[in-house]
Design a protein around this ligand. Structure first.
Ligand SMILES: [Zn+2]
Length: 446
């Protein structure tokens, strides 16, 4: 089956041009400014005045399956992803049971194959005692090793120094780290409890408990270990200006240490706690306006390599507890990450070529994902079409994630995702799921 996308504004490889894309089966057969041979084409999409981009590859999500499916599952969250132009996701190991063995990786691949409409890959979680599993990971099927160097939801903390050194020395694939120093956070929690009592701690205290200092100390340590062992390291969800000083402003291909940030650190800052409260409570915390500004500037340099969501849904009953301590951390955002980034383009804080590079190209390069992430002949046809002049008001009803809430509720994005192709199948079109074809397990070319 052949599909022609014609007259779109194609954004790819740092350029944009008016052109056409021919999809043959699951593959891109042609991309260019001249009209290709349309013999055998059964579906023609006129993308006049619309942006055509590679499908977004979200390198950091928590889709909660197995074990936490009251919060989210592969079906609900992959649909939210595809509705937002995201065609592939890399899922974190803090599910139940935690993904800390290769057997459990295979079981998640099996589950996602049955349920996910987007393509998928999984991280193997490091613990204080699974170095054997890390050693024997199949690096063509495991996207990376996830190390929590600080506490977070799921409690997969690696806090034994020898183990940490061993993981950095022996990991067969890139390590992604969650960096927040546990001791600093614990001390801050104790001090805030003492000053304000259990019920007096506020959402706005979150960045004063999970501080920039906690991030910096842990990130510096991870980078030190990477230098010591020559380990390929990716810093997840960068949230501070201070940490930027630890990073190099060089093309990704020349670096051993790379970094990710998330739309919520670019879109919100500590001023938003007053109105959004626990809706924007996440780990690491959203920090000061100065941090946000520094991250926005760094986005347009080579200091920040990728944008991922850290999509982390919780049910309202878990998210909006009685106190700070009973309100879960995590923001669902996979459905709105591309739209949020396009909003920053509209505000001239970045440009669409950079957004496509950091959300599509760079994750494909970083994880060595085979034949995806670019609009290129011979590559898999993972494609999003975005109407930048079709506003979309976000309400709880528009949220496809199982949790049914979003920090973007009440906001109107200026753009709308109109079509999403996954492996050549038009899965999503103008608010409807028009195919139930499932996604594929990603392959990593290492
Ligand atoms: Zn995460």
């Amino acid at each position: 089956m052949k599909t022609l996308i014609k007259n779109g504004i194609i954004v790819n490889n740092g350029q944009q041009f008016r052109g056409h894309i021919l999809i043959d089966g699951d593959t891109i057969a042609y991309v260019g400014g001249d009209m290709p041979d349309t013999q055998g084409v059964t579906n023609i999409i006129d993308a006049e005045n619309q942006y055509v981009t590679p499908g977004v590859i979200d390198g950091h999500v928590h889709f909660r399956e197995p074990g936490l499916t009251h919060k989210a599952d592969f079906e609900s969250e992959s649909k939210a992803a595809v509705a937002g132009g995201v065609t592939s996701f890399l899922d974190m190991p803090n599910v139940v049971p935690q993904t800390t063995t290769n057997q459990l990786i295979n079981e998640r691949i099996e589950l996602a194959t049955q349920k996910s409409v987007a393509n998928f890959g999984f991280y193997l979680g490091a613990t204080n005692n699974n170095i054997e599993e890390i050693r024997k990971a199949d690096i063509t099927m495991v996207c990376g090793i996830k190390v929590f160097m600080g506490s977070s939801t799921g409690n997969m903390l690696v806090d034994e120094n020898n183990t940490l050194e061993q993981i950095f020395a022996e990991s067969p694939c890139p390590i992604t780290v969650h960096c927040e120093d546990e001791q600093i956070i614990k001390a801050n929690i104790a001090s805030f409890k003492e000053r304000f009592g259990d019920k007096g701690v506020l959402p706005s205290h979150h960045p004063l408990i999970r501080t920039a200092e906690a991030c910096y100390k842990s990130t510096a340590k991870a980078i030190e270990l990477s230098h010591k062992y020559g380990t390929r390291l990716h810093i997840a969800h960068l949230s501070t200006a201070a940490e930027l000083a630890l990073l190099e402003d060089r093309p990704m291909s020349e670096k051993t240490v790379t970094a990710e940030t998330c739309p919520h650190y670019l879109f919100f800052d500590s001023n938003n706690y007053e109105t959004l409260g626990y809706r924007i409570k996440c780990n690491p915390a959203i920090k000061s306006p100065a941090d946000r500004q520094a991250l926005l500037l760094a986005l347009n340099t080579n200091k920040i390599d990728t944008i991922a969501t850290d999509h982390a849904p919780h049910q309202p009953s878990e998210k909006f507890g009685e106190t700070y301590f009973t309100s879960a951390s995590g923001i669902p955002s996979v459905q709105f990450s591309l739209l949020a980034m396009l909003e920053l383009c509209r505000n001239k804080q970045t440009d669409i070529e950079t957004v496509v590079r950091k959300m599509c190209h760079a994750p494909a390069d970083l994880y060595h994902i085979a034949k995806r992430g670019y609009l290129q002949s011979g590559y898999k046809a993972d494609i999003a079409i975005v109407d930048i002049n079709k506003p979309q008001a976000i309400t709880a009803d528009t949220v496809l994630s199982k949790c049914k809430w979003s920090p973007f509720e009440g906001h109107t994005f200026s753009a709308t995702v109109t079509h999403t192709f996954v492996n050549g199948n038009l899965v999503y079109h103008n608010g409807e799921f028009v195919s139930d074809k499932k996604g594929e397990a990603l392959r990593f070319n290492r």
